[in-house]
Design a protein around this ligand. Structure first.
Ligand code: ADP
Length: 260
């Protein structure tokens, strides 16, 4: 049976608290995250934006248990990632988190159906047939399930990747520039599906993007600059996102000027 999940529950699905991540040592040290705190609410679609090098990927990787922060804590649900052993972290990534990458990351020798159920198969589980059908219908892939990735367009491949991320009903899905390799029509289809999975299925999604149009599909945009959260916008439109980006760039320019 398909559960109905309230679309705007106030629960926190994931939390970053005072995250610091440094790379390298001494003069060459880079502070990729410089004290980031962020609550991701369950049933919300959150975009993370910021200039190249602002720490978006690092933040997402730390929150998704793909990387470890230098200091600070990340919690997913009630689990403090810093307290989990490697094996438990692996299980958490497999069972409780979904991923959508810019490069699709499908297995070329498997069909769409096999790719979608692969994480569940690895876990020794099978998808709930009704939920599988709902997801397949929502991504519009019913007639493509027996095709291999090289027989599908980029947009179709990314919709397979979205279905793979959602079919296990993870607590949270992290999407890293999911439309970065797609034309605008295919990108819009993927974004519409991700939006629908939040609004109708109660999924929680965090998406890194540099595209104001992609961000306009979300509920909330968090802006990073130099490893810090510098701004936030609710119920964004492409226009308001662009305005914020322009204002932040102007501010960055002023600050750079002061440094001279
Ligand atoms: P964004 O995703 O916003 O482009 P990143 O999180 O990739 O930003 O990078 C933030 C900063 O950390 C950048 O200055 C980048 O060069 C640096 N950085 C990221 N990963 C590494 C790494 N593995 N080694 C050294 N520096 C890194």
């Amino acid at each position: 049976m398909t559960e109905t999940v309230p679309s705007h529950s106030r629960e926190v699905a994931a939390r970053a608290a005072d995250l610091v991540k440094t790379y390298g040592k001494g003069a060459a040290q880079v502070r990729a995250l410089d004290g980031v705190s962020l609550d991701v609410r369950a049933g919300e679609y959150t975009a993370v934006m910021g200039p190249s090098g602002s720490g978006k990927s690092t933040l997402m990787h730390c929150m998704a248990a793909l990387d470890t922060p230098t200091s600070g804590t990340v919690t997913i649900g009630d689990s403090d990632l810093g307290e989990l052993k490697d094996k438990t972290l692996t299980l958490l990534r497999r069972d409780r988190v979904g991923f959508v990458f810019q490069a699709f990351n499908l297995v070329p020798t498997l069909t769409a159906r096999e790719n979608i159920v692969l994480p569940l198969s690895i876990a020794g589980a099978t998808p709930d047939p009704e939920w599988f059908a709902t997801v397949i219908d929502a991504v519009g892939l019913a007639d493509r399930l027996d095709h291999r990735p090289n027989e599908m367009s980029g947009g179709q491949q990314q919709r397979v990747a979205c279905a793979r991320a959602l079919v296990s009903r993870p607590e949270i899905v992290f999407a890293d520039e999911p439309t970065g390799n797609l034309d605008s029509t295919s990108g819009a289809e993927v974004l519409a599906f991700l939006r629908r999975s939040v609004s109708e299925f109660g999924q929680t999604i965090v998406m890194v993007t540099h595209d104001p149009v992609a961000a306009s599909y979300t509920d909330r945009v968090v802006f990073l600059a130099d490893g810090r959260v510098v701004d936030e916008l609710r119920d964004p439109t492409a226009e308001t996102v662009l305005e914020h980006m322009t204002a932040l760039q102007a501010l960055a320019g002023q600050n750079a000027g002061q440094d001279l």
